[in-house]
Each structure stands twice: as structure tokens, then as C-alpha cells.
Design a binder for this molecule. Sequence first.
Ligand code: SF4
Length: 379
Amino acid sequence: MNTAEKIAILGSGCKFDACSCYPAMRQEKSDDRIGDGIGCSITHSATPDGKPVSLFKVLYSNACIFDCKYCPSRSGCSIKKTMFNDSELAGAFMKLYVQNYVEGLFLSSGVIRDADFTMEKMLSSVRMLREKFKYRGYVHLKVMPGASRELVKQAAEVADRLSINVEAPSQSRLAELSDLKDLKIDVLRRQRWMAREGVRAGHSTQFVVGGAGESDQEILKMADWEYREVGLQKAYYSAFTPVCSTPLQGRPQVPVAREVSLYRADFLLRSYKVPLRELQGVFTEDGMLPLGDPKVHLARARFDGPVDINEASREDLLRIPGIGHVSAARLLQMRASEPVTSFEQLHHMGIVLKRARPFLKVNGHAQATLAQFGGEEHA
Ligand code: SF4
């Protein structure tokens, strides 16, 4: 099999590994100029500091000794299996890089023989990029479940970001997906090591949303724990998609809307430091996020009526849809010298009035009632 054929298979095999938050950003780029199949290994993503980037997103091998029931790389799955040889991956990446098709590398893999054997192969490819080709750009490297401490350390030295997938929010949920993976030993222990190694752009993880019948509440509880306890930088949420020839092929696709709601709720936990207990009032009885924007639901649960813009605390301001860290800071700065007297002033501070207006009172007047708070989808 030639390199282009391998890239087509190994790029396609990597499509369920998330490296950007929103489904729209994960659209595969189809580019006839670079040959059939190769375009599907190029993904639009963003670096940890938010810059858009095109990544060569590929597996080192799509053969795996693990048995995750949703995964086409699992042992026993009949899809065509292949892997790069030692210099092939680095050479292929550099060709795409010098032609400006890609700006960074996302490298994952099935576990070929054992975790350390696979990590050695992946590290050897990244080292070749760094040392032989003097490549200084972005590398996101997946750590294999069960990899040794020494190889996690070496991975932290050559990559900008590391990740390992928790897949499910607890050992019992993970057991529904794999008979072989141990969440605590194979994954969480490696996450603690990554945190200790001080990876440049931190470490991330991914949940297969709906793969094990878990609720949103379980997922967010685990993500919240990971942010606090193992130094997680970012959680990715990937809606379960049934794949032919896997044991879960008959399960229904999980709607992408669920993935989007989880990202929005996660943003509240991570960026707004909303305590998980505050989100508890938002979940439905079966632990799912309701349709629509969690920030709107959170605000409806928190406030009895529109909030006076000149009296609200910083914490309350940040709970109002349409107000973020920057606009809240501008508002507080202005309020320190003179009261806000019009909605127009709020607009000039960057507050998204379409979202914020139902929650606000300016000059003693509200322009909407609480009943108009929500139910509808907000951008
Ligand atoms: S460990 Fe990863 S590659 Fe292997 S079967 Fe599980 S999900 Fe697939």
C-alpha cells in the first residue's frame, strides 16, 4: 500500500478524535489538488490560544489491541488495517506543510502491540519532524492508555499538547464500552503524570457522548472533577456515531445538539467558573441538559426578575446571557464613575442586547418580562 492510500485510511480512522469544539470546525477539507483521500485527513481546528489552524489529523496505526465497542480500530474489526513505517509519516506531513496545506499535526493511534511500543513509534515520528526537518510548529500527541511514565515524559518534551481519552464518565460506564480498559489505571494515572510534566499547552480529553447510556450530568460531573483534580485543560465531547462492523453499529446516532449543549455548559464551568452545584438546577429529571443555551436556563433559575444594571454584582453580571468577561469589566469600570442610563450604552460596551435585554433593568425599566427569558434557542 502506498503512502497516499495509507493516509486515506489512517486519516479517515482519526475522524472521531476531536480537536475542536464545534462540529462546524471539524468539517473535513476536501482538496482535489492533494489527491483522493488525503483531504479527509486535514481538519480545521484552533490552537489553545484560539488561532485557527489546519491540522494534519491522522492515526499512526488503525489496528488496536483494545476492544472499545464503538471503534473501527478495535481488535477483531474487519476493516482494512495499516500503519506508517518509521519515516513515512514525518515525510508525508512535511510535504503537506511546505505546500501550506497544513499548519500542525494531530497524531493519534490504535494500540499496536502494547502502549509503549506504539508510543515509541509515534515519538520517533515527532522527533524526526523536530530534529531532522527542524519543524517547530504545533503538535498534538495522543498518549496511549497504559503508556509508561518515561514515555509520557518524553511526549511532553516534544509535543505542544497531549491528550488521552476518558471516553466515559466512570469505570462502570467505561465497562459498557470496553472489557479491557481500566479508567483509573490506564487513563487517570496518565493524566496526573501529564499534569506533573507541565505540557506546554496542557492536556485534554474526550468523551464519547451517549456511547454508554450516561447522562449529561454524569459527563459534566466527571469533566468538572478533571478540571479541578488532574489539571485538565480542555474536554472535548463527541456525539456517539454508530460505525459499521462494530458491536454498537445498531445503536442510534446521538444528536449533535447534545454535543453542543455540553460544550456550552462546559464553557460555563471552565471560563465562568460556575460551580457544578449551580448547574444542578438546570438538568432535567433524567440528568440531561434541556434544549437551548444552558446560560439562559441558568439565568432563569438564578434571577426572579430583570436585574438592575447599576446594582448587579460582577458574579450576577457574568450569569446574564450576552455579557462576558470583557463587557462585564467595561460595565463595572463605567459604573464606577457614572450610572448606566440606556441600553444603547450597553450595546457600545459589547453586550449582546438581543440576549441580555430580557434579564436587565435600566433606569428602573425592563424591556421584557421574565416569561420572555427563554424556551427559544440563543446564539
Ligand atoms: S483504545 Fe482507542 S483505538 Fe483502541 S479500540 Fe479503544 S478507542 Fe479504538
